[in-house]
Design a protein around this ligand. Structure first.
Ligand SMILES: [Zn+2]
Length: 176
């Protein structure tokens, strides 16, 4: 998928999460502020494609360092989850939003790549197994265009809700 598609996916994922956060009552008084929503959107957008995303293996300095070529280790869900976990360890509570935004960017990147070409699961990749799991939709094809359009459209109402826009009914919920 092209950058625009990854961007639309990351944006919808992040704003979807923030909307969930707004209406899900987990008993905490502190919810994500609009500043967090906004800053997270910028982080998710910056980290969804190119050098700060799993596609760092595609060009530039990082591509020379990372073994296995494009869609190698940086596209393994296990490793990406591991890196995110390490980020939560070093980031501290004040930066939860940053780690969540990074998770939205990288998670949605792998999810989309799963459909547009497949991703390598399991550590076997490091041992040279180049098998990928997923589907082979056309990059730049009509499905990509449709999905990108749909996700971009979804981002508008999600942004409204995530930023605290008034709603006619009470939507607050919790899993008690
Ligand atoms: Zn990728």
């Amino acid at each position: 998928m092209n950058r625009l598609g990854h961007q639309a996916a990351a944006q919808a994922t992040w704003l979807g999460y923030c909307t969930f956060d707004r209406f899900y009552d987990n008993g905490e008084t502190l919810m994500m502020s609009w500043q967090h929503v906004l800053a997270g959107a910028i982080v998710a957008s910056s980290m969804c494609a190119d050098d700060w995303s799993p596609d760092a293996d595609q060009g530039g300095v990082m591509a020379k360092i990372i073994p296995g070529g494009h869609r190698g280790p940086t596209h393994m869900p296990e490793l990406v989850a591991g890196v995110l976990f390490l980020l939560t360890m070093v980031a501290g509570d004040d930066l939860d939003w940053f780690v969540l935004a990074a998770a939205a960017a990288w998670g949605s990147h792998l999810f989309v790549d799963f459909f547009w070409g497949g991703i390598p699961f399991a550590l076997a990749t490091l041992a040279g197994n180049r098998k990928r799991i997923g589907f082979k939709l056309d990059t730049g094809g009509p499905t990509e265009e449709m999905v990108t359009w749909g996700l971009t459209m979804a981002a508008f109402p999600l942004a409204y809700l995530a930023l605290g826009g008034p709603v006619p009914v009470s939507l607050s919920f919790s899993y008690a």
